[in-house]
Design a protein. Structure first.
Length: 104
């Protein structure tokens, strides 16, 4: 959750052997401006976790991907934050829009 910047929401290994660090986000990116700041803080925590190699003891040395699992499509500002973080670190950031129950 974006409201917990120092917590890794989900760690998993993909069938291809990649380590997935997932961020769970249910906020509507366009309606809550503070979510951009929360996303920046969350990504900074994830990148520190990766750069410190904290995952390697438990998950091995494999490519790491940050995946944002979100209920809503990212706003242009959120997309920009992700692109800047990806460019600065070389860590791939993927976004998967999941939707919420009861939503079309």
């Amino acid at each position: 959750m974006l409201s917990e910047p120092n917590r890794i929401d989900i760690i998993a290994k993909s069938p291809e052997g990649e380590i997935i660090l997932a961020i769970s986000a249910h906020e509507d990116w366009g309606k809550k401006p503070h979510t951009i700041e929360q996303l920046e803080k969350k990504l900074q925590s994830y990148i520190r976790f990766i750069e410190n190699g904290q995952y390697e003891e438990s998950y091995g040395n494999a490519p790491v991907i940050i995946q944002i699992m979100t209920a809503y499509a990212l706003s242009p500002e959120a997309e920009s934050v992700c692109q800047k973080a990806e460019n600065a670190t070389g860590v791939e950031i993927k976004v998967q829009v999941m939707g919420l129950f009861g939503m079309p």
